[in-house]
Design a protein around this ligand. Structure first.
Ligand code: GAL
Length: 416
């Protein structure tokens, strides 16, 4: 009898030990550039993760700087130094595939896609974008739109101008506004936001097909049409503020809110900023339109998280990816972020009117990928392209910029 009791006690003790150790272990480091104003959506996701895995201590490691300009450099050092974060943000497409996948530093997530049923809920084209060499390499948390022009409806009314639909129309609206004393009808920020603008001018001038041809080598940067689009870009830049290089994308957005400038071309994280940070209502607090010449085109990018080989907390990171790819995760994150869910089954009643309009366009528009945000070009091209834009801003030499871009495209291996 005493023996039996002793055995029972041992079993209880063992069971307790299992529970306590499960409760005590667990660490997860996630790495991104979503800090400060960009933080709330990620924090909502972390909160959801903590509800499911309360014992895990989450280190939300962020390196601030729009479009990941600073974070990508830190990530590189860590990846090459053999101390990768457990999971990190990267853009779906060439940014991750052309660097860390080709370098054999990422884990193939195909089996996770299968077990979570993600092969059925993510759009096929998006899965193709994150796939290569027979593997799937990251989990997309959203879809952002890059080709959006933001404005302040009350100010446009006051100035008596309407939303320009083409770039030539934009340039003439700019002249009208200057005539009315608006010194900088367009607001731009630091270098990457200028590349972002360039992308919209190119697509609005060359068309979606022309844009795709540029990044598949069928159209050369030195083609007269592309050189002409650079010239248009130069004229658009002439409409902008002179202090651009010192402004973050948020500071540039602020100039729309306060009515200093009329237009800003920025991805729809600006909608997240206007609604989540600034508490403005879509349609009245801020207005939007597709950037000139790009109606019926959706220039997409997606923020995706991967699992690097050698991640210290692999099990926790896998659970993180599960939360990120879940319907609840995507519908907690995206309404705050300004993006739409990557999943096709999200609950649109949780989204505001801007995001619902983006969701409609995502289903019906021609989809092309963003260069600046990693979808269509390898990082080697994207990171070096900034210098071409800086040089162009100073000289407005279209033929020179086009020739330099062509050289870069050849070097990056997508053009001859
Ligand atoms: C993009 C990213 C967005 C947003 C933006 C501004 O590259 O995909 O989620 O963070 O940069 O930083």
């Amino acid at each position: 009898m005493r023996k039996v009791q002793f055995k029972k006690a041992l079993l209880v003790a063992a069971a307790l030990a299992v529970t306590t150790s499960a409760a005590a272990v667990g660490k997860l480091e996630i790495f991104s550039w979503w800090s400060g104003d960009e933080g709330p959506a990620l924090e909502a996701l972390v909160k959801l993760y903590k509800q499911k895995y309360p014992s895990v201590v989450v280190d939300n490691a962020t390196v601030s700087g729009g479009a990941g300009t600073n974070a990508k450099a830190v990530l590189k050092t860590r990846m090459l130094g053999g101390t990768p974060p457990d999971s990190f943000q990267a853009h779906a497409g060439q940014e991750l595939i052309g660097t860390w996948v080709v370098a054999n530093r990422m884990e193939d997530l195909s089996s996770l896609f299968k077990s979570e049923g993600w092969d059925k809920v993510f759009p096929k084209d998006l899965v193709n974008l994150i796939s290569s060499k027979g593997g799937i390499w990251s989990v997309p948390v959203n879809v952002h739109r890059s080709n959006v022009m933001w404005y302040n409806p009350a100010k446009l009314k006051q100035w008596g101008v309407s939303v320009p639909k083409t770039w030539p129309e934009f340039i003439s609206t700019c002249a009208t506004l200057k005539g009315k004393g608006v010194a900088a009808p367009l607001v731009m920020g630091e270098n990457w936001t200028q590349q972002h603008l360039w992308e919209s001018v190119m697509i609005g001038t060359l068309g979606a097909q022309g844009w795709q041809n540029l990044f598949t080598g069928k159209l050369k940067f030195t083609d007269p049409r592309v050189v002409g689009a650079f010239t248009t870009f130069g004229k658009v830049m002439d409409c902008a503020n002179k202090d651009a290089s010192g402004l973050s994308w948020q500071q540039a957005s602020d100039r729309i809110v306060d009515g200093t400038s009329a237009f800003n071309i920025m991805g729809d994280w600006a909608a997240g900023y206007f609604t989540t940070t600034k508490k403005l209502a879509p349609g009245t607090g801020f207005g939007w339109a597709t950037s000139p010449g790009t109606s019926k085109v959706f220039v997409m990018l997606a923020d995706s998280f991967g699992l690097p080989k050698g991640a210290k907390d692999r099990a926790e990171a896998t659970n993180w990816l599960k939360v990120l790819g879940s319907k609840a995760g995507q519908d907690a994150f995206n309404p705050l972020k300004g993006s739409i869910a990557a999943r096709t089954d999200s609950d649109l009643s949780k989204y505001n009117t801007y995001s619902r309009s983006a969701a409609t366009d995502w289903k019906s528009n021609k989809i092309v990928g963003s260069m600046v945000h990693g979808a269509v070009a390898p990082e080697s091209f994207t990171s070096a392209f900034g210098a071409i834009i800086d040089q162009f801003a100073a000289t407005k030499n279209s033929a020179g910029a086009a020739a330099a871009a062509q050289q870069l495209a050849v070097k990056a291996g997508f053009s001859k």
